[in-house]
Design a protein. Structure first.
Length: 566
């Protein structure tokens, strides 16, 4: 934001207290002020609600609680305290401040945001310091009193009878319940609201998918040419004949007594020949040395170029693999911003129901060969073999496994199994629509309360064909949900039988996870579990502590160690 845009605020509807709803549709927000804060939002499309035995409704633009008309602000009805807000008494502003300095929200003169009330709030870097001297103050929906210091986390909320402060991803949001507030421009900068949701949210529209394929290039590393150097005794062999000629000439002259000048001329010719021979030798030796250096430089340049050509698709392959199956941490970040890749996979895609078990070293899709002979033990040959081996393996890439057309067995300790199963279902839920994939899980009540209770909100656990949740943790739910699922599978089996050789695609596809098989005892679905259920559009995942406890129908077995790797 430029300096001339300072303190520019959003013009229009400022009743933005509920991030989930359209502010123009929102009529009242009611807070039930107990030990734990509860919120009720009444809209034009849903003008009534029931909570804790009380009926809340809007009649003629006035709020009625159990038939009694109520005013705005803090009210007490039948011993229960309420904080009632509407566009008439609440306005929302968005701001940022210099985090290297403290921001005070209180009635003090030095406060950056002057507010009524006796509560003092200080924002100090990543800490929220509060000194409470009034009733009905809440931090993250929990009632608090006295002096507290909290870590500032995204989504944190702080409610007093006078305002609601919230930490948004890139801004602070404050909803004030009166006009007795002052924003000091030297301390805070008011801004327009920054959108946290995609366009048309919560209406979903599948974005065009980016289909990336791993490269399958082939490369061949060629060894360097062998330069034949002349041996060290070549000079002696070249000059020996002329020298012998000179010696023989001298001996012949002395013994025969012939003309010494003739013999001297012949000796001079031999000496001249020797001189040219020596000169030629050193010239060739220098040229040979330069040739060797040039060949080594050419070989090095070729190797650098070849490695560069291989490295680009090699890195590209890893990027594609990481893109196709992001880590759980990456998926969490993508979920938080409603990434367009949510629900991107469809039934006809070849990676439908493909997930990652973790990270490991895997063979590369590239083919890198060398023309080096296996008997060649030179340094250059070993180096080329090492390069080829290095590029034949991708390191720490997702371990892909398809959940389609198979029965999977997970083996490990209970806590590790729960984490791994959550990881698999999270990936499946992220990439696949709940219209294409539904989840059904058999688990103990303890596991439901400790781990799986929050998963009930996932739309994939809402079974479309039965209009019920797929989390089964007691006998009552087994009789209702599992019986309905069993009847559905019987119908699918009949359809499959009538289709004959024609391939049948059932929808939705079910991921049936069995964490605790005690609820299977005596149930008719055991007959189907003894067979391959993939043809019925069902993937069964068994979770056991020992591989010997898995049934024979398991096609893929995954042993999960008690470590963070794997």
């Amino acid at each position: 934001m430029g300096i001339f845009e300072a303190n520019e605020i959003e013009i229009g509807d400022r009743f933005l207290i509920d991030n989930r709803l359209n502010p123009s549709d929102l009529i009242f927000v009611v807070y039930l002020l107990g030990d734990r804060l509860k919120k009720i939002s009444l809209t034009q499309t849903s003008p009534s609600a029931k909570c804790l035995g009380s009926l809340f409704g809007v009649v003629n633009n006035k709020l009625h609680i159990d038939g009694w008309s109520t005013d705005l602000g803090c009210q007490e009805i039948k011993g229960t305290r309420f904080l009632i807000l509407s566009r008439d008494n609440a306005q929302t502003y968005f701001f940022i401040f210099n985090t290297s300095k403290k921001l005070v929200i209180s009635s003090d003169e030095f406060a950056g945001i002057k507010s009524p009330g006796k509560t003092r709030l200080i924002l100090d870097q990543d800490r929220l310091i509060v000194d409470i001297k009034e009733a009905d103050v809440y931090y993250n929906d929990q009632k608090i009193v006295g002096h507290h210091v909290f870590s500032i986390l995204e989504g944190a909320s702080f409610l007093t009878p006078h305002y609601l402060l919230e930490k948004r991803p890139s801004q602070w949001k404050i909803t004030i319940f009166s006009n007795d507030f002052t924003f000091e421009p030297n301390h805070v900068l008011l801004q327009k609201r920054k959108s946290e949701f995609p366009k048309d949210f919560p209406d979903y529209r599948r974005s065009p998918r980016l289909n990336l394929e791993v490269p399958t290039d082939k490369f061949k590393l060629q060894g360097s040419s062998k330069h034949q150097e002349k041996k060290g005794n070549s000079l002696l062999k070249m000059i020996m004949p002329p020298l012998m000629m000179i010696g023989m000439t001298g001996v012949t002259t002395l013994l025969s007594g012939r003309d010494a000048l003739m013999m001297l001329g012949m000796g001079g010719a031999s000496l001249l020949t020797t001189t040219f021979t020596v000169s030629q030798f050193f010239t060739e030796k220098k040229a040979n040395k330069l040739s060797v250096i040039e060949e080594k430089e050419n070989d090095l340049a070729y190797l650098v170029s070849a490695v560069g050509e291989i490295t680009r698709p090699y890195k590209r392959e890893k990027e594609v693999l990481d893109f196709q199956l992001p880590s759980p941490e990456k998926l969490t970040d993508m979920t938080a911003v409603y990434d367009s890749r949510i629900y991107e996979r469809q039934v006809h895609n070849k990676d439908f129901l493909t997930v990652s078990l973790g990270r490991c070293d895997a063979p590369s899709s590239l083919t890198v060969e060398t023309d080096v002979n296996d008997k060649d033990l030179s340094h250059e040959a070993k180096h080329l073999k090492t390069l080829a081996k290095q590029f034949s393996t991708q390191r720490q890439v997702p371990t892909a496994i398809s959940l389609l057309d198979q029965t999977l067995g997970l083996v490990g300790a209970q806590d590790v199994l729960a984490t791994s199963l959550e990881n698999l279902l999270f990936q499946t839920a992220f990439f696949h629509s709940y219209r294409d994939v539904n989840f059904i899980s058999l688990l103990s009540r303890k596991a439901y309360q400790e781990t799986w209770q929050n998963w009930r909100l996932l739309p994939h656990f809402k079974l479309q064909e039965f209009n019920m949740r797929g989390l089964i943790y007691n006998e009552k739910l087994r009789d209702i949900v599992l019986n309905a699922f069993y009847q559905c599978l019987i119908k699918r089996k009949q359809v499959l039988k009538e289709a004959g050789r024609e391939k049948v695609q059932f929808s939705p596809h079910y991921i049936f996870t069995i964490i605790d098989d005690a609820l299977l005892s005596g149930h008719g679905i055991n007959e189907l579990l003894a067979e391959d259920m993939s043809e019925l559009g069902v993937t069964v995942i068994w979770c056991k502590e020992d591989a010997n406890q898995l049934p024979e129908t398991v096609v893929s077995l995954v042993e999960i160690p008690n470590t963070t790797n794997g």
